[in-house]
Each structure stands twice: as C-alpha cells, then as structure tokens.
Design a protein around this ligand. Structure first.
Ligand SMILES: Cc1cc2nc3c(=O)[nH]c(=O)nc-3n(C[C@H](O)[C@H](O)[C@H](O)COP(=O)(O)O)c2cc1C
Length: 193
C-alpha cells in the first residue's frame, strides 16, 4: 500500500522553538508509522505582511505559491501552532492568508485547504498549553478556509519541563493522546489518497 504524504510545520520560526520541537517529534512518529513525511519551516517561505493592494499590484509572492504547492503535494498537514496573545502567531496567520489567496489555473477557491486533512497541536511555556491558539487556528482553517480538521488536538503546557533529553513528551497521558491524534491523521490522510 503506498504511504500517505503528510506535511509538518510549526507556527513559530523562533530559534529553540518548542513548537518546532513538537513538529519534529510529529515528523519522527509519522515516519515510524510508514508515512511519507515532509517537514518545512515557515522561515523558508518569508512573506510580506498580507496587503490586498500589494496582492493586486504585484501579484502573489513566489513564496506564497511555493507554500501553497507544497501543501497541495500532501494528503495531510500537521501544524504545531504557538500561542501569542490567546491566538495564533502572526507568521502563521500571514502564511495562511497568503496561501488562501493563491489561485492557479483551474483551482477552486481555497484550493490548498481542500481534499486534504489537517491536524493541529500546540506547546506553550505557560499552563494553558495553547488551547486558545488551537481554537483560533481551527476557526481559521475550518470557517475561514473550508478545511477539514480532525477533532483530536494535542495541547502541551509548561514547555520547559514537557520534553525529555531525546525531545520526547514526558507526560504519558499527553504522549498517548498525541500518538492517537497522529494515528487518526494518518487514517484520514489515507482516505484522501
Ligand atoms: C507576543 C507573545 C505573546 C504570547 N502570548 C501567550 C499566550 O497568550 N498564551 C501562552 O500560553 N503563551 C503566550 N506566549 C508565550 C509562548 O507560549 C512562548 O513564547 C512559546 O515559547 C512560544 O512558542 P515557541 O517556543 O514555539 O516559539 C506569548 C509569547 C509572546 C512572544
């Protein structure tokens, strides 16, 4: 059976980002589950702040097109969000806004968000575990972009104590939940093949 293709990235581009750590762990676990995984960083797709006048005047930036095409080359996407001011990070929201505007010939609207499945998770340094960013991200993806997002979502508080020296999740319950979320992502991604 061919492997589903899943894209993984984080909503933070910060050096030492805990969400990048979560994205790396997701990529590792998915690879062990015989998934064809691609992990990218939004830092590889620098984009200007979305501006409709710029969009109309200069067209979509090449990096918006590249990121849209990267998403469309996969059956599933895992996003490790990060929580800023009870919402998603500006870099993640900006990337989604640009990708949502890119239309190639024959594309339906929001093409990058259709015909693939999304899963989300978050890590925060504080006790919230990024749950508010996940509510915001789910709203953006589902209501804003028409994406399907699986109901499972991992939320990891107290980041500095959350990972062991091998960057695995220490809390057994959270780790089991994370694996169950990834299993569901793979199961639904297979349906998208
Ligand atoms: C501007 C800003 C706003 C933040 N707002 C929140 C917040 O609302 N809730 C929260 O739990 N952590 C918040 N944090 C702390 C982040 O959880 C913490 O910086 C975390 O390390 C960011 O994710 P990263 O490690 O992947 O970069 C905020 C951090 C910044 C810089």
């Amino acid at each position: 059976m061919p492997a589903p293709k899943i894209l993984v990235f984080a909503g933070s581009t910060r050096t030492g980002s805990y969400n990048t750590k979560l994205a790396a762990l997701a990529a590792k676990e998915l690879t062990l589950n015989d998934v064809d995984v691609t992990r990218v960083s939004l830092a590889d797709y620098p984009l200007p702040l979305y501006d409709a006048d710029l969009d109309a005047r200069a067209g979509q930036p090449a990096n918006a097109l590249r990121l849209k095409q990267m998403i469309m080359a996969h059956h599933g996407v895992f996003i490790a969000s990060a929580e800023y001011s009870a919402s998603v990070t500006p870099v993640l929201k900006n990337a989604i806004d640009w990708v949502s505007r890119v239309r190639e010939k024959g594309d339906p609207t929001y093409a990058a968000f259709k015909n693939r499945i999304f899963a989300i998770g978050a890590v925060t340094t504080g006790p919230s575990g990024g749950q508010r960013s996940l509510i915001a991200l789910r709203q953006i993806l589902e209501l804003g972009c028409g994406a399907l997002v699986i109901p499972e979502q991992v939320s990891i508080p107290n980041a500095a104590q959350a990972f062991d020296e091998m960057d695995n999740i220490i809390d057994v319950g959270i780790n089991n939940f994370f694996r169950a979320e990834l299993d569901r992502l793979v199961e639904v991604a297979r349906l998208m093949m």
